[in-house]
Write a protein that binds this ligand. Structure first.
Ligand SMILES: NC(=O)C1=CN([C@@H]2O[C@H](COP(=O)(O)OP(=O)(O)OC[C@H]3O[C@@H](n4cnc5c(N)ncnc54)[C@H](O)[C@@H]3O)[C@@H](O)[C@H]2O)[C@H](O)CC1
Ligand SMILES: [K+]
Length: 466
């Protein structure tokens, strides 16, 4: 029994540097020359800059590769529109396409070391080809010119960020706008790089993306219809334990996220009258249950262990958080593979390390590896959150408000996730919907929010998803 849901919403694709190159190669193989693609890319960036800034005098930094080639194209387009443009270079163009674009630019070019700043700075030094940290002198000049500019725009990526991991290979200034070429890259969403990008616009240059990762998008969550009743809207059971406040928060979040019936077990008291308190064994035996949330406030003693075992064996879809993860880390991961529906695990970085150690690679790689190893949907939380399915699909949520970094917000997220699963979404889609709602409710709650504030804001967040 579940609510009718529209097709899962798939967000914008995210391509790694290698996947971007493969998509470009497919375009070239189909007969489009590199310079035509670069003309398209440069024109798109110039158009975005034109719309974004009132086009004051502009300094464009051009590097030696194709990112620099794009920069020369942007310079030509803006100059043709009457903008006062200067180009500063860090080395002569080295790729054939960049050489052609350099030759097509007949305006001023100066070495970056002597360049005077301009009110608008456009960074075309390095993009997906960045292989190592910028040298110190270049970092110094980029910082000097960025500080003196009123607006900063990056072509494809801010120079100095590693495309696939979002790491900063050297110091990177904060940009106001980044124009991603063809598709988002991991660095546009993963921290710390994402925080340097400012607004991110994707320029369509005709890349056909074979993505394995997508941005978390606003979900479609149909409002209940005349034929619905409380059980079609979803029955969520939250297992209580040592700290009843945490499980109460999760239960209230499940209620406010639209579950029709929420059961809370354990010793606690209080909460809305609409919350149903029930004995744990009886609750887990209820075949109408759509999701069980376990972990918030569970504790780690023998009783907690027994509760987790009971939940794992009850045959309902599971969201496992907090203490539930700590207990799983103690040899419990192998149970997850036997579940009929993949469980959702919601670790933050510390919990993740205890469960899965420190696998190599980006946050996306680590979450994907953990999902494949555990057979569960893994939500690796943080300022950026990554959802990974055991089959390799990944979704990345854009930065949520940093005010969420406070006690209890994870309990709220787990409760929302329970509600999304109980209403009939598959766990991978449910996890994304919950992240989106959680982030949106936090935006609405604003500065100084505490976890208790979030459920009340879910009504407005749900309303924009109907
Ligand atoms: N996505 C698309 O379809 C299009 C993207 N375009 C743009 O091309 C860049 C990628 O170009 P590429 O030539 O591969 O790399 P870069 O320009 O980023 O730089 C490579 C260049 O620089 C050298 N290098 C690397 N790191 C350093 C460093 N730290 N210091 C000094 N030199 C470094 C490296 O050896 C190369 O020589 C992409 O981002 C887009 O902007 C195209 O326009 C086509 C469409
Ligand atoms: K750049």
């Amino acid at each position: 029994m579940s609510l009718p849901t529209s097709e899962p919403v798939i967000g914008r694709p995210i391509l790694t540097a290698a996947e971007t190159r493969a998509a470009e190669e497919a375009i070239f193989a189909a007969g489009t020359p590199v310079i035509d693609l670069m003309e398209k890319a440069g024109a798109a960036v110039a158009e975005a800059a034109w719309r974004f800034a009132a086009m004051p005098p502009t300094l464009i930094l051009c590097g030696p590769g194709n990112n620099g080639g794009d920069g020369y194209v942007v310079a030509r387009h803006l100059a043709e529109r009457g903008v006062h443009v200067r180009v500063a270079t860090a080395g002569e163009p080295r790729t054939e396409a960049a050489k052609v674009m350099r030759a097509r630019w007949d305006g001023p070019v100066e070495p970056i070391a002597g360049a005077r700043p301009a009110p608008l700075l456009i960074d075309g030094l390095f993009g997906t080809g960045l292989a190592r940290a910028l040298d110190d002198e270049l970092v110094h000049h980029v910082a000097r010119l960025a500080v003196a500019a009123k607006l900063r725009i990056a072509i494809d990526l801010p120079s100095g960020v590693e495309t696939d991991s979002g790491a900063l290979l050297s110091a990177v200034p904060h940009f106001d706008l980044t124009v991603a070429l063809g598709a988002l890259k991991p660095a546009h969403l993963l921290q710390p790089a994402a925080s340097r990008c400012g607004r991110v616009a994707v320029a369509d240059i005709g890349l056909a993306a074979h993505a394995k990762a997508w941005e978390v998008a606003r979900p479609h969550l149909a409002a209940p219809g005349a034929a619905d009743h409380k059980y079609t809207r979803g029955l969520v059971t939250v297992i209580g334990g040592a700290m009843p406040g945490a499980s109460l928060l999760a239960a209230m979040a499940a209620q406010r996220a639209g579950a029709g019936y929420v059961v809370l077990t354990g010793e606690g008291s209080g909460g809305p009258h609409a919350l149903v308190r029930r004995d744990e064994a009886e609750a887990l035996a209820d075949t109408r249950t759509g999701a069980v949330v376990i972990g918030p406030g569970l504790g780690r003693d023998a009783g907690a262990r027994r509760r987790l075992r009971a939940a794992l064996g009850a045959g309902h879809p599971l969201v496992i958080d907090a203490d539930g993860l700590a207990l799983l880390a103690d040899g419990g991961l192998s149970h997850l593979r036997r579940l009929a529906v993949p469980a959702v695990l919601t670790p933050h970085e510390g919990e993740f390390r205890r469960l899965f150690g420190e696998p190599a690679g980006s946050k996306i790689d680590r979450a994907r590896d953990a999902a494949a190893r555990s057979g569960a949907v893994v939500v690796l939380k943080g300022a950026d959150s990554v959802v990974a399915h055991p089959d390799g699909r990944v979704a990345v949520a854009a930065a949520a408000p940093a005010w969420l970094a406070s006690a209890g917000t994870g309990d709220v997220l787990a409760g929302i996730m329970g509600a999304m699963i109980a209403r009939g979404l598959d766990p991978f889609t449910a996890a994304q919907a919950a992240l989106w709602l959680h982030g949106d409710a936090a935006e609405r709650a604003g500065a100084g929010l505490i976890a208790d504030d979030l459920p009340a804001h879910l009504a407005a967040s749900l309303a924009v998803c109907a």
